[in-house]
Design a protein around this ligand. Structure first.
Ligand code: BGC
Length: 772
């Protein structure tokens, strides 16, 4: 049903049913339908999210032609940008993407993608920020602001619970309400409420058996009704199966266009009365508003700032590199002397983005090997490929042996080795998941051979999804996670290795010891069309922590060439906001950026399962050597809530919570406790509530105790033993009151239960009255 009738003359009024229907599907692969009568211009759309992918009109493969896009700056993909934990940076990057969009006449960029990394196997993890909803929403929201403040719309995607590529167009994500709200919808909720994206993209998959594109609950009740979304919902490309059902559910725009075929279905449904015309009118009203917004006059067709944006892509990549390990300060290397063996084809043929719809045709490309040579002022940088990437010519055993031997000789002859390892492009892409998280065997074998001749090895990883480091990380003194860093990533890696940039990224996802440790592992990617989210809310670090599982590198981890001290953690509360304050000091040897993470744990006596800790806020700050700064991170009281399925809403439990400041989720530097007042219970007590639930209830508890006391006074010999005996008290705690009432000795007879429940309601009403 439509939510409301338009209260002012609707643009739909000027249009026929057929014209209206035509507006609700694309005019082509990446353009919406225009309507002169409704003053709605056509809107040009482009992928996203880390740069534009604007297929050239002559690209013969159309939407599926990933290689014919017009050149655009390839900024660090979300996997890297997420590791910067720097929303300001993400906003700046998005502003530059918006400038390129405007130059190309694009009104809406299809991104950012803020899905949660539920499993390390997801083929599209490189397009997503984190396993944590707060990091995802802070970075994703910043991108929405960066685009929209520059007059270009965002399409927040892929809504919702699109966490795997296996069977992505049909699979049902079977997820309970609590994890759905707390983990999978949470980032969408924050971004929609705060950053107001102009559009949201409905994902291919279903949720609990209902395709998202036909899911009225997700598209209308939750997105618009609860969160106040006022933009349009567009389908992912090809996600609509039943166009009329989709419109009815709240999906405004089917993409790509179907050449008018499904418009006829819509028009016919209106004519036959199967579809209320008001539903169509409402979609048209939203689409017209969207079209006017997205064809903003700030657009200035022209050239893109290639050099400026390449520079920004490099500065962004600088903050995305994560230094995982650095024993005996092997890094940074000295650019002015010594010999460095750069080994690995990936140093010469870098991977800098993933495959699929987000694939950008870069304007330039920094090659790590070249950048290392450029930065070396006196160091002798020599190269050996070591291995061939799949698809390249040399794949015979002889050729492999020769590459190995050359590399090992070079390693033996050099003071230090920088070994580039990583996933081949074929391993990760939109459209399929990985089935393991290992590096290619040829690379780990090469690593072993190199270590045998020279232990001073720095491994640099290039990968969009996490890889297993555990089998070899103990033997490698330094390890740099270089992710996929975009077109200027080669320069950033060289700057970090030679110390021109102090690394400051931190992991936005856990690196497990083994794939099997990952919380979703037993149920990923599901079977027979259903993916059961069996781990519930225990996703990512929430799951590793709950099982006290050792990990290779924890969520939030990342080293620097300097060190930071944390002091004076304290919390003040005012107006429902906790102000978490502390002093951070650069205690090391050079300037650097730290990301301070604030977690909460508890409350101590929670009635529901709670993660050991959950990220509630973070701050990124640069400190000069010796500099101290007082920082404050605000945590809203309602962010401590869990989603109560029973009460069908968010609920803050009263009790003592731990507030922690950490340099990672497993490097907690200080903690304090705060007392939090809980939300009043919305549960209406009945006989089906247990004795414990009655006794815990702020009104029901005292009232029931009064009844018990009265009954005892009237018949002191009856039922005395039961509640006095501690074992029986515990036994009875879990028994519903209506069962207890049936016991012959019960102080409350069954007939009085209704009166008791009514008395509770009456007292609560009085309390409410008194407070208001
Ligand atoms: C992807 C979207 C993308 C769209 C348009 C789909 O296959 O899932 O992320 O925006 O294609 O290229």
């Amino acid at each position: 049903m439509p939510q409301r009738k338009p209260s002012h003359p609707s643009p739909a009024a000027a249009l026929s049913v057929a014209e209206k229907a035509s507006l609700t599907s694309g005019a082509g692969d990446f353009v919406t339908q225009e309507s002169a009568a409704a003053a709605a211009p056509a809107v040009m759309l482009s992928d996203g999210p880390h740069g534009l992918r604007l297929p050239k009109e002559s690209g013969d493969g159309g939407q599926l032609d990933l290689h014919s896009a017009a050149p655009a700056t390839c900024f660090p993909p979300a996997v890297a940008l997420g590791s910067s934990w720097n929303p300001e940076l993400a906003e700046q990057v998005a502003g530059a993407i918006a400038a390129e969009a405007a130059a190309y006449g694009v009104g809406v960029v299809l991104g950012p993608g803020i899905n949660i990394k539920r499993s390390p196997l997801c083929g599209r993890n490189f397009e997503y920020f984190s396993e944590d909803p707060l990091v995802s929403s802070e970075l994703g929201g910043a991108m929405v602001r960066g685009l929209q403040d520059a007059g270009v719309g965002a399409a927040l995607k892929h809504y919702a619970a699109n966490n795997q590529e296996t069977d992505r167009m049909r699979v049902s994500a079977d997820v309970d309400e609590r994890p759905l709200r707390e983990i999978y919808l949470r980032a969408f909720e924050r971004v929609v409420r705060r950053d107001r994206p102009w559009s949201v993209m409905a994902s291919y998959n279903g949720v609990n058996g209902v395709p998202v594109s036909e899911n009225a609950r997700l598209l209308t009740a939750v997105l618009r009704g609860e969160w106040g979304f006022d933009g349009i919902v567009m389908s992912d490309w090809g996600a609509v199966r039943d166009r009329v059902a989709a419109l009815r559910a709240g999906l405004d725009l089917q993409m790509p266009g179907t050449g008018g075929r499904t418009d006829l279905e819509v028009a016919a449904a209106v004519e036959s009365g199967a579809l209320d015309e008001a539903v169509l009118d409402l979609a048209v009203e939203r689409l017209v508003r969207f079209a006017r917004r997205a064809t903003n006059p700030v657009h200035s067709p022209g050239a893109i700032d290639v050099a400026g944006h390449h520079g920004l892509a490099g500065r962004a990549a600088d903050q995305c590199v994560v230094l995982l390990k650095n024993e005996s300060a092997l890094l940074p290397l000295d650019p002015s002397g010594g010999s460095v063996a750069v080994i690995g084809e990936l140093a010469r043929t870098p991977r800098f983005q993933g495959a699929g719809s987000s694939q950008v045709t870069p304007t330039r490309l920094d090659v790590p090997l070249d950048s290392l040579r450029e930065l070396a002022t006196g160091a002798d940088v020599r190269f050996a490929a070591g291995y061939a990437l799949p698809g390249a010519e040399a794949e015979s055993t002889d050729a492999d042996t020769q590459l190995f031997n050359e590399a090992v000789r070079l390693a033996a002859d050099s003071e230090t080795v920088v070994l580039f390892l990583g996933l081949p492009a074929q391993d990760e892409s939109e459209g399929f998941d990985r089935d393991h998280i290992d590096l290619p065997a040829v690379q780990t074998e090469l690593l072993g051979r190199v270590l045998a001749v020279n232990p001073r090895v720095v491994v640099v990883l290039s990968n969009g999804g996490v890889v297993r480091t555990a089998p070899w990380q103990g033997r490698v003194p330094a390890l740099v996670e270089g992710w996929l860093l975009g077109q200027a990533g080669g320069g950033a890696l060289a700057r970090v290795l030679f110390g021109a940039v102090n690394p400051s990224g931190k992991l936005a996802e856990t690196v497990p010891l083994r794939l099997e440790d990952s919380p979703s592992h037993p149920s990923f990617p599901g079977e027979e069309g259903r993916s059961r989210y069996g781990e519930g809310i225990f996703v990512g670090y929430r799951g590793y922590d709950a099982r006290r599982c050792e990990v290779a590198f924890p969520f939030g981890h990342g080293l620097s060439y300097t060190t930071f001290g944390y002091d004076g953690l304290h919390v003040e509360e005012a107006d429902g906001v906790f102000r978490v304050g502390l002093t951070v000091t650069n205690t090391g040897s050079r300037g650097g950026r730290e990301i301070v993470q604030i977690y909460s744990g508890g409350p101590t006596d929670s009635r529901v399962l709670r993660p050991v800790r959950e990220l509630r806020g973070f701050i990124s700050l640069f400190l000069e050597l010796g500099e101290s700064r007082d920082v404050v991170v605000e945590v809203a009281r309602h962010d401590l809530a869990y989603f109560s399925e029973r009460e069908d809403g968010w609920k803050v439990e009263g009790g003592r919570y731990r507030i922690e400041a950490g340099a990672s989720s497993r490097d907690i530097r200080a903690a304090v406790e705060v007392a939090v007042e809980g939300d009043p219970s919305k549960i209406r007590l009945t006989g089906r509530n247990t004795l414990a639930e009655w006794l815990e209830h702020p009104v029901g508890g005292p009232l029931l105790s009064e009844w018990f006391a009265k009954a005892r006074a009237e018949a002191p010999q009856e039922g005395q033993g039961a509640l006095a005996d501690p074992v029986m008290r515990r036994f009875l705690a879990g028994v519903p009151l209506d069962v207890i009432c049936e016991f012959p000795q019960s102080p409350v007879p069954p007939a009085s239960l209704g009166a008791l429940a009514d008395a509770v309601e009456a007292r609560m009403a009085e309390d409410r009255e008194r407070r208001s």
